[in-house]
Design a protein around this ligand. Structure first.
Ligand SMILES: C[S@@+](CC[C@H](N)C(=O)[O-])C[C@H]1O[C@@H](n2cnc3c(N)ncnc32)[C@H](O)[C@@H]1O
Length: 249
């Protein structure tokens, strides 16, 4: 298969398996065989295993240095984050909530989402006493449990970089659903356009196969408009990642 065919099929498969276009699934499987595109439930299970046992990561991630790469004024993330309407902000794949914690004194509504129950339990304890914070343990592939057209913004840092690209399509479609018109999503994703069939953990910093172009295609297909994309480095790995700012028209 050419890379283009793989991408096409990956996107369609993601939609089909996530239930957005169920009629496609049988047709796709007969076109590519069961091995070509991993099944979404298997991808989710594997990711869940990886992130249920990552205590060292969660502890290190709270350091000033790690946080600074997202929150310092000269970070490439900060000016884009400041363009969001934070009134009701969803943090997808929140881990132990270190990013939403930066907003703990802000008078906004925050919804923290993660598919690892222990992470959401941690966040519940962390945000005890703070108003207007809600928590969702999701299914690892969409935002069910969150009301349609209820959020003014959504962001995801240091997590979607690891998502198999067939999960990215469904998440973008559901981001479009939960955002109000004019709402924006800020997504930190991989720019590692190699090893499409491999395990993401084989890649530098466990980045999943993705490119800004592919991401933009998925976003456009989900009905979102690409406002800005930046290619960014991660540690010493030049241009390993990208950040995309999207708007729901
Ligand atoms: C590297 S941690 C980052 C956590 C947080 N975003 C941060 O920067 O501290 C990756 C997080 O993504 C979550 N995650 C991974 N795959 C996910 C999926 N498919 N759906 C929801 N959450 C997911 C994991 O449970 C974990 O909390």
């Amino acid at each position: 298969m050419t890379e283009f065919e793989y991408l096409e099929i990956g996107y369609e498969y993601g939609q089909a398996a996530a239930g957005f276009a169920p009629g496609l699934l049988r047709n796709l499987l007969s076109r590519v065989g069961r091995r070509a595109a991993p099944k979404i439930p298997d991808i989710v299970l594997k990711l869940k295993r990886d992130w249920s046992t990552a205590d060292k990561y969660y502890a290190n991630a709270e350091s000033e240095k790690w946080l600074g790469s997202f929150w310092d004024v000269d970070s490439p993330f900060r000016p884009l984050f400041d363009r969001l309407d934070h009134d009701h902000i969803i943090e997808l794949a929140c881990g132990h909530g270190r990013h939403s914690w930066q907003m703990r004194e802000w008078p906004n509504r925050k919804t923290l989402v993660d598919f690892v129950e222990a992470n959401i339990a941690f966040c519940r304890r962390r945000f005890e006493g703070y108003d207007d914070v809600s928590f969702v343990v999701n299914n690892g592939r969409d935002l069910s449990g969150i009301e349609s057209e209820s959020a003014t913004s959504l962001f995801c840092y240091d997590a979607m970089v690891h998502f198999h690209h067939t999960l990215v399509g469904p998440y973008l479609i559901d981001s479009a659903r939960v955002l109000v018109r004019g709402g924006m999503a800020l997504l930190h994703h991989s720019n590692y356009a190699k090893n499409p069939d491999g395990d993401y953990r084989e890649n530098p910093h466990a980045r999943a196969f993705m490119s800004p172009d592919l991401f933009a295609r998925y976003a456009t297909a989900a009905g979102l408009v690409v406002v800005e994309q930046r290619v960014v480095s991660w540690d010493a790995d030049k241009d390993l990642d990208a950040i995309t700012l999207l708007r729901k028209p």
